[in-house]
Every structure is written in C-alpha cells, then in structure tokens.
Design a protein around this ligand. Structure first.
Ligand SMILES: Nc1ncnc2c1ncn2[C@@H]1O[C@H](COP(=O)(O)OP(=O)(O)OP(=O)(O)O)[C@@H](O)[C@H]1O
Length: 307
C-alpha cells in the first residue's frame, strides 16, 4: 500500500450550481494527524463525507487505505471510524449499552466485545458512568463516549468532524492526548476544526475556503510561507488608528488584541514598517514586527479579495 492513507485528486462535489468542494488534492500520511481548517460552510463536512465513502463525488478520484471510492466504499467502512459534529449515539441507552450496540454493528464476537468494551471504559474514564443514560452525561463525557464508540473496531483511519466544539479547554487537551496515543498505536486521523490551538497540534493541515484549498503543510511551513508581514501597533486611540489602516489595500487585516492592534501587511510591499510609521505619523504609536501564528495564516488565506 502507498504511504498515503488518503490520496485524493481533484475531488469535487457540486450541489446544483454550487461547488461545495472544488478540485481538492489531498494526501495524508500514515500515522499522522491531518487537520481541516476553515470557516463555517467552507466544505469540511462535505469533504469528510466523500473521504469516508458516504457521499459520491461529482468528479475526481480518491483512494482511502487502498480502497477506490466510491466503488469500494462498503469494504472501507470496516476500516474507518467517524465521529460526527453532533453526538450520534443513543441518549436513552446507557454508556455500556451504546458501546455494546456499536460493537455488534461492527460484528465483534461476544468475547471480543466484552474485552474491548471493558478496555474502552477504562481508557476513556467511562467506568463510573457505565450504567448512566448517555443523554444525561456532560459534554466532555459524551465526547469521550463518542470517541470510544468511533474506535471500538480499532480502525486504521479515524475521521473527526469538529469533535471538540462542545467541550472546555481541559477536556480538549485530554481529548488530544488520546488522539496522540491512537497515532502512536499506528492510527491515522483526519480532524476538522475551527480552533487554532487544535490546528497547531496537527502534523499537517489544509486551510479551506469556499471549497477550495488555499494552503497546506505543517504549521511551521504554513507560517513560513505566509504572504503577509505581521506587526503589532501599540498606542492610544486604537479605534482611530484602525480606521486609518483598514482603508489601505496592502493592509490585509487589523484586529484589536487588548491594548494592541495586530496588523497583517501584504508581503508584496517591501518596506512595511516604514509604511506603517508614515501612515500613522499623526498618532503616537509603537510599531513592532512579530512572529506570525496560525491565526495569521488562517486570516491571510481566507481574507476576502485574496487570489
Ligand atoms: N446535501 C446538500 N445539498 C446542498 N448543499 C449542501 C449539501 N450539503 C452541504 N451543502 C452546502 O455545501 C457547503 C459546505 O457545507 P459543509 O457542511 O461541508 O461545510 P462545513 O465546512 O463543514 O461547515 P461547518 O463548519 O459550519 O460545519 C455549504 O454551503 C452547504 O450549505
């Protein structure tokens, strides 16, 4: 098998006149966590549904774990796990009943089911809730149950669609720790997210906008390839300073962070610091060059008007 667990070429999904995914090329290496980052409605779920074989693309080709989709979608199902955005288990079954139910769907024998369910109750801190109805659990507990159910059949590839949207930062950290453990055991993971701290944890990621991949690579590569300079402007009258900056074409974004403005300047301009100082000479300001972060990359890639 190729070293790629996902190899998609020119994958396209058209709903009527609208291209939800437009000519997506994607390669995900075995044993890695790959992130899909993008604003609401950019096509993350649609892409994941095509990569799991649940949705047939209107054009392009995709090979997942050696299976050609959509032709071999049925055979692929036993080898992948999929955790959807919303809790997809039964609220009126207990934790134990839910896990046993999913185990039966995947055809685990009685003995294998008992061993695996016990293992998951332990590893995912679900034992104290084993006999509690799933619908009465907290967001974090539901998320652990959702992940346990998605991996009950030990899939080689796991798809997670915004898995942490309903949990607090500590639960998010714990959840990511589990993902890294799964990776160490040989699984590969594709995860969609809105959170920059999650994106930074991925080995590689793609930034999507309106169905088009705007950039991909490791977080470090993406930051190095950024097409904008990043500055922070300190001073008084930040509202007026912002107004003065945003009307300029080479300023891609201005965002207030407490008592500073974070300003992205197009890299096509060669003397950005001098430019900012001249532009803001009527104000008393300090302009500092700073290191880009993933949020800057995201903003640059998804800004309106960028080619
Ligand atoms: N079955 C469908 N029929 C028509 N349009 C659809 C269908 N499924 C998705 N879309 C459209 O495709 C676009 C992408 O939707 P998708 O759910 O993939 O985005 P997303 O990036 O997952 O969004 P979010 O982050 O909000 O979950 C949206 O404009 C959506 O309305």
């Amino acid at each position: 098998m190729s070293k790629f667990v996902i190899d998609a070429k020119q994958l396209t999904m058209q709903f009527g006149d609208y291209k939800a995914i437009n000519a997506l090329d994607l390669q995900v290496e075995q044993g890695t966590i790959y992130g899909f980052l993008g604003p609401n409605g950019c096509g993350k779920t649609t892409a994941i549904r095509m990569l799991t074989g649940l949705l047939s693309p209107t054009a392009g080709s995709v090979n997942v774990l050696g299976f050609e989709l959509p032709a071999q979608a049925e055979a692929l199902k036993l080898h992948v796990g999929y955790m959807t955005q919303k809790f997809a288990l039964y609220d009126d079954l207990t934790v134990l009943e839910n896990l046993r139910f999913v185990a039966r769907i995947y055809g685990l024998s009685r003995q294998a089911m008992a061993t695996r369910v016990d293992e998951l109750l332990e590893n995912y801190d679900l034992r104290p809730f084993a006999n509690q109805l799933a619908g009465t659990m907290s967001g974090g507990q539901k998320q652990r149950l959702g992940l346990a159910a998605a991996i009950i059949h030990k899939p080689k590839l796991l798809f997670l669609d915004e898995p942490t949207s309903a949990v607090d930062p500590q639960n998010r950290r714990d959840f990511w720790q589990k993902l890294f453990q799964l990776c160490e055991q040989g699984a590969s993971i594709l995860v969609s997210t809105h959170y920059m701290d999650e994106a930074e944890r991925c080995h590689k990621l793609a930034i999507l906008k309106q169905g088009v991949k705007r950039a991909d690579g490791s977080p470090d590569e993406l930051m190095a390839q950024m097409t904008a300079w990043v500055y922070e402007v300190e001073g008084e009258l930040l509202g007026d300073i912002k107004q003065c900056l945003v009307v300029n074409d080479i300023i891609l974004s201005v965002a207030q962070l407490g008592s500073r403005l974070r300003v992205l300047v197009a890299k096509s301009y060669s003397q950005p610091e001098q430019y900012l100082n001249e532009l803001l000479q009527e104000f008393s300001v300090k302009v500092n060059a700073v290191r880009p972060n993933l949020e800057d990359v995201f903003v640059t890639c998804t800004s309106e008007g960028l080619a």
